[in-house]
Design a protein around this ligand. Sequence first.
Ligand SMILES: *Cc1c(COP(=O)(O)O)cnc(C)c1O
Length: 358
Amino acid sequence: MIAPVPNVAEMAPYALADLGRESMISLAQNESAFGPSPLAVEAGQRALAGAALYPDPNWTELRRAISQTHSLPGENLLCGAGSMELIGCLIRAFAGPGNEVLGSARGYLFAATACQQAGAAYVTAPEAGFTVSPDAILAAVTDRTRIVFLCNPGNPTGTRILNADIALLRGGLPSGVLLIVDQAYAEFDDQDHAAAFALAQRGATVVLRTFSKAYALAGARVGWGLFPGAVAREVRKLLNPNNVSGVSQAMAEAAMRDQEHMLAIVTRTVAIRREFTERLRRAGYVPPESHTNFVLIPFASVEAAKAADKRLRDAGLLMRGMAGYGLAHCLRATVAAPEHMARAADVLAAFREHGNDR
Ligand SMILES: *Cc1c(COP(=O)(O)O)cnc(C)c1O
């Protein structure tokens, strides 16, 4: 028998969403309810003809677009094949066997997978309700902590803390601990993000963004981050050379330059989310206030969540089960087209009205 290294032998594969039957409407993967910018599609089509050549390894034009849009120094930007690639490389660069990566109890599970890949321990601090507690994170720091991983707004909770509180968290952490702020949903969160970017320019903090959510390019696999120079140098060694295809770079660049399209996606998504959340509340559910493109729906019990999931599947709708997050009594619903959200709200309202949420 060929033996893998111990940390790989012990790990379970990353649990992707159950995609159900082909005919089902997926509310399971936090993909955009709307398509990408038509300018991004055109740019991708134009770039196809260049596929004989390797892509720009430095993402020059894409970085220029990000740098100009967000007023950030281009030399501190790195791009990944999705922000997941950046998360994986950051954790491998700064944590290994004997080290701890500290997350929040309801934090993004890919961080745990990346830790297993790196042979580092992933530990979590408790949350206050469904919201990250900076104090609990600070209290959980040990000599072994190398990285604090924070997803804000959070997945799967949808809640957020203020950037001013992230600055306080940073201030309370030892300077040798790297803070990663995963802002995959920042475009849906109406607070000012300059304060978060400012932290990354001061050192020991990284801010990550993605084109997969508000830019509607999950299939293109492009993420980016703002890195202190010394951190970027190490992460760069671990990125695959030529990691983002030419087509994807062209699409992402055009999408970044079309802020109007992205903001329209956000506005429409938020309107559908509010309507869906209100309908759930009127039916008696208590979803936490979301600042993302999804809603976490707590049920009265694990059995109720399972039964509701079955009703939804029978109606052709697939939400994300949350057992992997220790939230087996919840389902997570990605905001989709209004008619699909209306159908989901109908099913869940009837479920509760018939006394099944017990
Ligand atoms: C969707 C998501 C990402 C984005 O991953 P990509 O690899 O960029 O598609 C990152 N972090 C969180 C918390 C997410 O939900």
